[in-house]
Design a protein. Sequence first.
Length: 86
Amino acid sequence: MVTPQDPGVYISPAQMYQEVRALAQAVGRIESKIDGILDETKDIRSDLGDHEQRIRVLERARWPLPTIGVLAGVGGAATGLLALLR
């Protein structure tokens, strides 16, 4: 007994071409979105570097304050001690 073969699905070359074109357009859109994301990432990295630099400047400018406070306290204690001894 011979069974007929299933012919399957036939996709014409024109349909295949249309699908490939649609896929190429989708990939193009994805590439442009990725390029935009990469540009934004570069901007974020430069902003982050700028913020790091500002924080470092503020940290360097702040360190003398505790030192000045300690020196003023030692000076005041020394002055008080001298006043007591005289």
